[in-house]
Design a protein around this ligand. Sequence first.
Ligand SMILES: Cc1cc2nc3c(=O)[nH]c(=O)nc-3n(C[C@H](O)[C@H](O)[C@H](O)COP(=O)(O)OP(=O)(O)OC[C@H]3O[C@@H](n4cnc5c(N)ncnc54)[C@H](O)[C@@H]3O)c2cc1C
Length: 394
Amino acid sequence: MDFRLTPQQEARKQEFYKVCEALEKKRPASYVGFESKYENEECWEYHRMCAREFGKRGWLALHWPQEYGGSGDMMDKVLFAEACGYHGVPGVDEFGVAMLAPTLLAAASDEVKKKFLPGIASGEVMWCELWSEPNAGSDLAALTTSAIKKGDEYIVNGQKTWNTGAHKADWAFGVYRSDPAAKKHQNLTFMLCDMKSPGITVKGIPYMDGVHVYNEVYLDDVHIPANQVVGKDGGGWAVVNVLAGFERSNMAMVYALVRVMEYLVEYCNETRRNGVPLSRDPLVRSRIADLACELEAVRTLAYRIADQQSRNEMGLMDAASVKVYASELMERMAQVATDLMGPFGQVPHSKWAKISGIFESLYMACFVPIVSMGTNEIQRNIIAWYGLGLPRMK
Ligand SMILES: Cc1cc2nc3c(=O)[nH]c(=O)nc-3n(C[C@H](O)[C@H](O)[C@H](O)COP(=O)(O)OP(=O)(O)OC[C@H]3O[C@@H](n4cnc5c(N)ncnc54)[C@H](O)[C@@H]3O)c2cc1C
């Protein structure tokens, strides 16, 4: 691909950065982590406010077809994501904007698209993902939450787990077993569900740092209208695979790391040890240089994925490889930074915390993308089987 920006793209980029810079100035002090938007009411309201700002400019639907409000292309979407990531501004609902919308465009009926895309584009409706269950994570198709069709609706019963932001979301996309008699992978249906539906109970799972981002969701006789199915009844596995590709190739975390890297360099320039700035220490320089090279590599990978998506050519292996690389780079960056900071890298929300405690927060959070969206072991299997054509173990 050609990495140079056209004058129009350059102008758009400036506009994205200008708006995000202004929104960054309004960010609450408690908003420090990667998933902070879910942590308290103040951060959630800030997220919603940013979403509405982007929605009214048409930026949440940039690369969509014009009939659904699209006003740009995939490269505009990438430039916008870079601006949000760089300025640490939320407002892009990863579940609605980054995962569900492209899936609906690819797999939903016109009726479903017309009903649900406008709320995503305006930033008014926020989503969560109800897939994993206590006994179905890596082997998602083993899920048991049932959705039994009665007339023009499904009655859903079961339990989902680890659902990010389910306590805040307005709507959920989920996958359920709709035909107990059919074969595995042919018995699932993908549906959209109002989180205010009677029968839904959400319970928090506190993360290791005590924050409330993740949840268990119980569904007891929840009624979902049949016209909220995406794809075909019994065809949910195909929709899951489309969405999983968009989920794993979501590059928001890559763009956020660019700014994180700048903070780390700044810290090394300003912090003296034995009278000498850390940045003059050859070992420190070498570690930072390694990270900087890796960051450039993952950015290029992200551009490549965007280019593939714009041509509908992204494969399972491409999404898996960028997910593995980006999540493990985030982990390495957090390790190097907290290591260099010593005890100061271990204190969040304290006067002793360096750079508002972002590296302590990153260290805690970096485990999340390694496990969620399908663990990195599973992604390596996908790369081996579908990308490299290696044989499966019996
Ligand atoms: C912080 C967080 C947020 C999440 N958010 C959501 C969400 O919003 N919505 C949602 O639906 N789910 C979410 N998940 C669930 C996530 O997708 C699952 O945790 C993940 O798919 C792993 O499933 P599991 O936890 O059941 O682990 P298991 O599948 O039980 O795996 C346990 C271990 O065995 C390994 N393993 C399993 N099978 C194989 C294999 N075939 N080959 C090699 N290794 C294997 C795994 O890699 C892992 O290390 C989230 C999880 C976390 C931790």
